[in-house]
Write a protein that binds this ligand. Structure first.
Ligand SMILES: [Zn+2]
Length: 290
Protein backbone atom coordinates (compact mmCIF):
# COMPACT_ATOMS: atom_id res chain seq x y z
CA UNK A 1 0.00 0.00 0.00
CA UNK A 2 1.47 3.33 -1.10
CA UNK A 3 1.79 6.00 1.57
CA UNK A 4 1.49 9.78 1.36
CA UNK A 5 3.79 11.13 4.07
CA UNK A 6 2.20 14.47 4.97
CA UNK A 7 4.66 15.41 7.70
CA UNK A 8 8.02 15.02 6.07
CA UNK A 9 10.54 17.72 6.91
CA UNK A 10 12.82 17.44 3.89
CA UNK A 11 15.90 18.76 5.63
CA UNK A 12 19.46 19.37 4.49
CA UNK A 13 20.77 16.03 5.75
CA UNK A 14 18.98 14.15 2.97
CA UNK A 15 19.90 14.85 -0.64
CA UNK A 16 17.23 14.92 -3.33
CA UNK A 17 18.58 11.61 -4.69
CA UNK A 18 18.67 10.08 -1.20
CA UNK A 19 15.08 11.07 -0.58
CA UNK A 20 13.89 9.66 -3.88
CA UNK A 21 15.65 6.33 -3.20
CA UNK A 22 14.19 6.17 0.31
CA UNK A 23 10.67 6.93 -0.94
CA UNK A 24 10.90 4.21 -3.58
CA UNK A 25 12.26 1.69 -1.10
CA UNK A 26 9.59 2.42 1.51
CA UNK A 27 6.74 2.78 -1.04
CA UNK A 28 6.12 6.41 -0.20
CA UNK A 29 4.30 7.96 -3.13
CA UNK A 30 4.36 11.55 -1.92
CA UNK A 31 6.21 13.35 0.87
CA UNK A 32 6.33 16.83 2.35
CA UNK A 33 3.38 19.09 3.37
CA UNK A 34 5.67 20.77 5.94
CA UNK A 35 8.98 22.52 5.30
CA UNK A 36 12.49 22.46 6.72
CA UNK A 37 13.17 24.60 9.80
CA UNK A 38 16.91 23.82 9.50
CA UNK A 39 17.08 24.31 5.73
CA UNK A 40 17.70 23.74 2.85
CA UNK A 41 16.45 27.22 2.01
CA UNK A 42 16.33 26.33 -1.66
CA UNK A 43 13.88 23.51 -2.32
CA UNK A 44 14.24 23.75 -6.09
CA UNK A 45 16.52 20.68 -6.46
CA UNK A 46 14.03 18.52 -4.53
CA UNK A 47 11.13 19.81 -6.58
CA UNK A 48 13.03 19.23 -9.80
CA UNK A 49 13.89 15.63 -9.01
CA UNK A 50 10.72 14.55 -7.20
CA UNK A 51 8.23 16.55 -9.26
CA UNK A 52 4.65 16.04 -8.11
CA UNK A 53 5.74 13.54 -5.45
CA UNK A 54 7.12 16.40 -3.36
CA UNK A 55 4.30 18.18 -1.51
CA UNK A 56 5.85 21.61 -1.36
CA UNK A 57 4.73 24.26 1.12
CA UNK A 58 6.00 27.55 2.42
CA UNK A 59 5.65 29.58 5.62
CA UNK A 60 7.39 27.44 8.21
CA UNK A 61 10.84 29.02 7.88
CA UNK A 62 9.52 32.58 7.92
CA UNK A 63 7.62 31.88 11.13
CA UNK A 64 10.75 30.36 12.68
CA UNK A 65 12.70 33.52 11.77
CA UNK A 66 10.02 35.90 13.00
CA UNK A 67 9.85 34.02 16.28
CA UNK A 68 13.62 34.06 16.70
CA UNK A 69 13.92 37.82 16.27
CA UNK A 70 10.53 39.22 17.26
CA UNK A 71 8.94 36.57 19.47
CA UNK A 72 5.28 35.61 19.68
CA UNK A 73 4.10 39.19 19.12
CA UNK A 74 5.93 39.20 15.79
CA UNK A 75 4.04 36.08 14.63
CA UNK A 76 0.69 37.64 15.57
CA UNK A 77 1.42 40.96 13.84
CA UNK A 78 0.49 40.92 10.14
CA UNK A 79 2.43 44.10 9.39
CA UNK A 80 6.02 42.93 9.72
CA UNK A 81 8.43 43.08 6.83
CA UNK A 82 9.03 39.30 6.94
CA UNK A 83 5.31 38.64 6.50
CA UNK A 84 5.08 41.03 3.55
CA UNK A 85 7.82 39.01 1.86
CA UNK A 86 6.09 35.72 2.77
CA UNK A 87 2.72 36.87 1.44
CA UNK A 88 4.32 37.93 -1.83
CA UNK A 89 6.24 34.65 -2.09
CA UNK A 90 3.25 32.44 -1.22
CA UNK A 91 1.03 34.13 -3.82
CA UNK A 92 3.75 33.78 -6.44
CA UNK A 93 4.38 30.08 -5.65
CA UNK A 94 0.68 29.20 -5.57
CA UNK A 95 0.14 30.96 -8.87
CA UNK A 96 3.00 29.00 -10.43
CA UNK A 97 1.56 25.74 -9.06
CA UNK A 98 4.82 25.24 -7.15
CA UNK A 99 3.25 24.75 -3.70
CA UNK A 100 0.14 22.97 -2.43
CA UNK A 101 -0.22 24.64 0.94
CA UNK A 102 1.25 26.50 3.89
CA UNK A 103 2.97 25.04 6.90
CA UNK A 104 3.95 23.63 9.22
CA UNK A 105 2.76 26.69 11.13
CA UNK A 106 3.96 25.97 14.65
CA UNK A 107 1.59 28.02 16.80
CA UNK A 108 1.46 26.21 20.10
CA UNK A 109 4.21 23.79 21.08
CA UNK A 110 4.56 24.87 24.71
CA UNK A 111 4.69 21.30 26.02
CA UNK A 112 5.48 19.37 22.88
CA UNK A 113 8.89 20.70 21.80
CA UNK A 114 12.04 19.48 23.52
CA UNK A 115 13.91 22.73 22.84
CA UNK A 116 12.87 25.64 25.15
CA UNK A 117 14.04 28.37 22.77
CA UNK A 118 11.76 26.96 20.09
CA UNK A 119 8.66 26.88 22.32
CA UNK A 120 5.84 29.33 21.75
CA UNK A 121 2.10 29.85 22.16
CA UNK A 122 0.61 32.15 19.56
CA UNK A 123 -2.96 33.41 19.21
CA UNK A 124 -4.07 31.20 16.33
CA UNK A 125 -6.76 33.60 15.09
CA UNK A 126 -4.44 36.63 15.17
CA UNK A 127 -4.01 38.83 12.06
CA UNK A 128 -0.55 37.37 11.40
CA UNK A 129 -2.12 33.95 10.90
CA UNK A 130 -5.46 34.87 9.31
CA UNK A 131 -3.63 36.63 6.47
CA UNK A 132 -2.06 33.24 5.68
CA UNK A 133 -5.48 31.55 5.72
CA UNK A 134 -6.67 34.23 3.29
CA UNK A 135 -3.94 33.19 0.87
CA UNK A 136 -4.76 29.48 1.23
CA UNK A 137 -8.42 30.27 0.60
CA UNK A 138 -7.60 32.32 -2.50
CA UNK A 139 -5.56 29.49 -4.07
CA UNK A 140 -7.49 26.45 -2.74
CA UNK A 141 -4.46 25.37 -0.74
CA UNK A 142 -4.28 23.64 2.63
CA UNK A 143 -2.78 24.89 5.88
CA UNK A 144 -0.97 22.59 8.30
CA UNK A 145 -0.97 23.80 11.92
CA UNK A 146 0.92 22.42 14.91
CA UNK A 147 -1.02 23.28 18.06
CA UNK A 148 -1.82 21.69 21.39
CA UNK A 149 -5.18 20.88 22.93
CA UNK A 150 -5.54 23.56 25.62
CA UNK A 151 -8.87 25.39 25.72
CA UNK A 152 -7.67 28.68 24.19
CA UNK A 153 -5.87 27.07 21.26
CA UNK A 154 -8.85 24.81 20.58
CA UNK A 155 -11.32 27.69 20.58
CA UNK A 156 -9.07 29.78 18.31
CA UNK A 157 -8.73 26.82 15.93
CA UNK A 158 -12.49 26.34 15.94
CA UNK A 159 -12.95 30.02 15.00
CA UNK A 160 -10.49 29.63 12.13
CA UNK A 161 -12.13 26.42 10.90
CA UNK A 162 -15.56 27.98 10.92
CA UNK A 163 -14.53 31.26 9.25
CA UNK A 164 -12.33 29.57 6.62
CA UNK A 165 -14.69 26.67 6.00
CA UNK A 166 -13.31 25.97 2.51
CA UNK A 167 -9.67 25.73 3.63
CA UNK A 168 -8.49 22.26 4.67
CA UNK A 169 -6.74 22.66 8.03
CA UNK A 170 -4.44 19.75 8.81
CA UNK A 171 -3.80 19.38 12.54
CA UNK A 172 -0.21 18.20 12.94
CA UNK A 173 0.16 15.23 15.31
CA UNK A 174 -3.63 15.38 15.84
CA UNK A 175 -3.09 18.22 18.37
CA UNK A 176 -0.90 15.90 20.47
CA UNK A 177 -4.04 15.24 22.43
CA UNK A 178 -5.01 12.15 24.41
CA UNK A 179 -8.62 13.32 24.34
CA UNK A 180 -10.33 11.38 21.53
CA UNK A 181 -13.67 12.91 22.59
CA UNK A 182 -12.32 16.36 21.76
CA UNK A 183 -11.17 15.27 18.29
CA UNK A 184 -14.51 13.53 17.69
CA UNK A 185 -16.32 16.80 18.51
CA UNK A 186 -14.05 18.92 16.31
CA UNK A 187 -14.29 16.56 13.32
CA UNK A 188 -18.08 16.36 13.67
CA UNK A 189 -18.44 20.13 13.81
CA UNK A 190 -15.90 21.28 11.20
CA UNK A 191 -15.70 19.33 7.95
CA UNK A 192 -12.48 21.11 6.92
CA UNK A 193 -10.43 19.83 9.88
CA UNK A 194 -8.09 16.83 9.40
CA UNK A 195 -5.69 15.00 11.69
CA UNK A 196 -2.27 13.76 10.72
CA UNK A 197 -0.79 11.07 12.93
CA UNK A 198 2.98 11.68 12.87
CA UNK A 199 4.87 11.61 16.17
CA UNK A 200 2.04 9.56 17.65
CA UNK A 201 4.07 6.36 17.28
CA UNK A 202 6.33 4.76 19.85
CA UNK A 203 9.60 4.81 17.89
CA UNK A 204 9.73 8.61 17.85
CA UNK A 205 10.40 8.60 21.59
CA UNK A 206 13.77 6.90 21.65
CA UNK A 207 15.23 7.51 25.08
CA UNK A 208 13.79 6.59 28.45
CA UNK A 209 12.81 10.14 29.52
CA UNK A 210 11.20 11.03 26.21
CA UNK A 211 9.17 7.82 26.39
CA UNK A 212 8.14 8.48 30.00
CA UNK A 213 6.84 11.90 29.06
CA UNK A 214 5.09 10.63 25.92
CA UNK A 215 3.34 7.91 27.92
CA UNK A 216 2.34 10.34 30.64
CA UNK A 217 0.70 12.76 28.20
CA UNK A 218 -0.85 10.03 26.05
CA UNK A 219 1.03 10.99 22.89
CA UNK A 220 1.73 7.42 21.82
CA UNK A 221 -1.19 5.95 19.90
CA UNK A 222 0.50 3.06 18.04
CA UNK A 223 3.68 0.99 18.07
CA UNK A 224 5.03 -1.99 16.11
CA UNK A 225 1.88 -4.03 16.66
CA UNK A 226 -0.93 -2.29 18.39
CA UNK A 227 -3.25 0.67 18.01
CA UNK A 228 -4.99 2.09 21.07
CA UNK A 229 -8.65 0.94 21.00
CA UNK A 230 -10.12 4.44 21.56
CA UNK A 231 -8.12 5.75 18.58
CA UNK A 232 -9.12 2.79 16.43
CA UNK A 233 -12.80 3.60 17.01
CA UNK A 234 -12.22 7.33 16.48
CA UNK A 235 -10.50 6.71 13.13
CA UNK A 236 -13.14 4.21 12.04
CA UNK A 237 -15.82 6.75 12.92
CA UNK A 238 -14.12 9.43 10.75
CA UNK A 239 -12.22 7.44 8.10
CA UNK A 240 -11.98 10.35 5.65
CA UNK A 241 -10.27 12.69 8.12
CA UNK A 242 -6.93 11.09 9.06
CA UNK A 243 -3.54 11.05 7.33
CA UNK A 244 -0.06 9.70 8.16
CA UNK A 245 3.38 11.26 8.46
CA UNK A 246 6.94 10.49 9.56
CA UNK A 247 8.08 13.80 11.12
CA UNK A 248 11.83 13.83 10.48
CA UNK A 249 12.27 16.78 12.83
CA UNK A 250 15.91 15.88 13.37
CA UNK A 251 18.51 13.62 11.81
CA UNK A 252 18.14 10.91 14.46
CA UNK A 253 14.63 9.92 13.37
CA UNK A 254 14.71 6.43 11.90
CA UNK A 255 12.36 6.74 8.94
CA UNK A 256 12.33 2.99 8.23
CA UNK A 257 11.22 2.25 11.77
CA UNK A 258 8.54 4.95 11.69
CA UNK A 259 7.15 3.67 8.39
CA UNK A 260 7.15 0.10 9.75
CA UNK A 261 5.08 1.25 12.72
CA UNK A 262 2.70 3.17 10.45
CA UNK A 263 2.16 0.04 8.35
CA UNK A 264 2.07 -2.59 11.11
CA UNK A 265 0.80 -0.72 14.16
CA UNK A 266 -1.63 1.70 12.54
CA UNK A 267 -2.77 0.63 9.04
CA UNK A 268 -2.84 -3.13 9.64
CA UNK A 269 -5.15 -2.66 12.62
CA UNK A 270 -7.79 -0.93 10.51
CA UNK A 271 -10.21 -2.35 7.92
CA UNK A 272 -8.57 -2.34 4.48
CA UNK A 273 -10.70 0.44 3.00
CA UNK A 274 -10.04 2.68 6.03
CA UNK A 275 -6.31 1.91 5.89
CA UNK A 276 -6.21 2.91 2.22
CA UNK A 277 -7.81 6.26 3.02
CA UNK A 278 -5.28 6.92 5.79
CA UNK A 279 -2.30 5.71 3.78
CA UNK A 280 -2.90 8.05 0.86
CA UNK A 281 -6.55 8.40 -0.18
CA UNK A 282 -7.34 11.31 2.12
CA UNK A 283 -4.14 13.20 1.33
CA UNK A 284 -4.57 12.72 -2.42
CA UNK A 285 -8.12 14.07 -2.24
CA UNK A 286 -7.58 16.93 0.22
CA UNK A 287 -4.17 18.10 -1.03
CA UNK A 288 -5.06 17.33 -4.64
CA UNK A 289 -1.98 15.21 -5.23
CA UNK A 290 -1.26 13.68 -8.61
ZN1 LIG B 1 6.88 19.07 12.31
Amino acid sequence: MVIADVHRHVQHWITPGGLLAEMDELKIGWAGAVSAPYGPWDIQPYMQLLGKRYIATTGQMTLTDIHRYKGVRGIEDAQTHDYKALVEEANRLFEAGAIKGLGELILNNENTNPNPSFRRKVRIDSPGITQLLDIAKRWNGFVQIHAEDDASSVSELAKLASYYSTVPIILSHCLFTANTGLIDELLKKYSNLFCEMSARNESLYGNYFAKQKAEKFGWIVFDDQSLKPEWKSLIEKHPTRFMVGTDNFNASVDTRKVVRQIRQGLLRNLPLEVAQLLASGNAVRVMRLE
